[in-house]
Ligand binder design. Sequence first.
Ligand code: MN
Length: 436
Amino acid sequence: MIKANDTNLKSWIDVKPNSDFPIQNIPFGIYKNKYGQHRAATAIGDYLVDLAVLHHYGIFGELSLPSPIHSTEKQTTLPVGIFEKDFLNDFIALGKEATSAVRQRISDVLNADNPEFRDDANLREKALFTLAEIEMCMPVKVGNYTDFYSSMEHATNVGTMFRDPANALLPNWKHIPVGYHGRASSIVISGVNIHRPKGQTKADDAPAPSFGPTKQLDFELEMAFITNQNTALGSSISTAEAEDYIFGMVLFNDWSARDIQKWEYVPLGPFLAKNFASSASPWIVTLDALQAFKVKGPEQNPEVLPYLKYSGEKNYDINLEVFIQPENSEAKKVCTSNFRYMYWNMAQQLTHHTSNGCNICVGDLYASGTISGAAPDSYGSMLELCWKGTKPIAMPDGSERKFIADGDTVIMKGFAEKNGVRVGFGEVKSKVLPAT
Ligand code: MN
């Protein structure tokens, strides 16, 4: 049991019952301060805490940290300036023992009984801000982005629609956590607007392809994990070790253009239908904070190969929701899903990814693939929810959607809840603008 996860903990900062950020969460992010500088921060209730300011005030001075990775020197303090970088990469590269110790120390100074931060008016004024007044930035510099395809319901739905309902899953699917290498440069933070992509498409009855704005812009409800170490080329990570390499998770909207995808994907898989944008939520919720929400995954049958076997609970019970908000109208919830539905867990994904000796890097991002459940309202994309456009969704303003329209804002939310504690991710929210 991690001390910072104790459900009895209370903060001196007021936290509303439905907040995603109680003292048991302590996520990490990057925000822009009033001087335009990027600073590391955590969130609690409706507030943001600047970790660089805490560090300057000596809050982390007594911290006992393990040796840095790849070093024989004993480290007892946090490096100066570690929270004053554009991204969290250097911080998370300190390794899990160090980042867990920092999370614990933050929990201690936010605790209702601890006066260090609570009673220091000067520190409060310099380090504490309301989230509503803050601009968040990408938390990590993503070097490599991999997208898996690990929801059996999603893969089955897509296979049923586009290939053969009787053989919806391809023969490899239950043996391999299928994935592809995506594009890191176009991953953006929540709040960044997305222009409708243009591309080459070909209607089934058209004699030749044409070029123009996609007519089938879609979201993909996903979650993504971020790795905290560089590994050597040629080395592999076992399922037992995998979670040591995972710092935490974010919500992830993997935007997709279905008509472009349909025409381009054979034989090498997704390309321009996917790489125009993916949107991430700003707060990385640590695997530490999610520990209480571990659950058993779906039974894997047929039995997986020995290198993909795992023990213990490796799925996570995280409620997921998707809303579409048309321009000048209220939002409508179109999907209610859960991360626990994943057939392949994150440990298996990372193990498979490195099983051939592929090295991983600090700040790499690994997305789950669209997270669909068994119920039709749990499907994680418009493609599935509207079943290839055959079942439109009615919107509050009287319009209907088969895919995403210009002016629509897509909002994804996620939270885990147990024993009166809610650990959430906030949201990833992006508006679609017309094609340029
Ligand atoms: Mn995807």
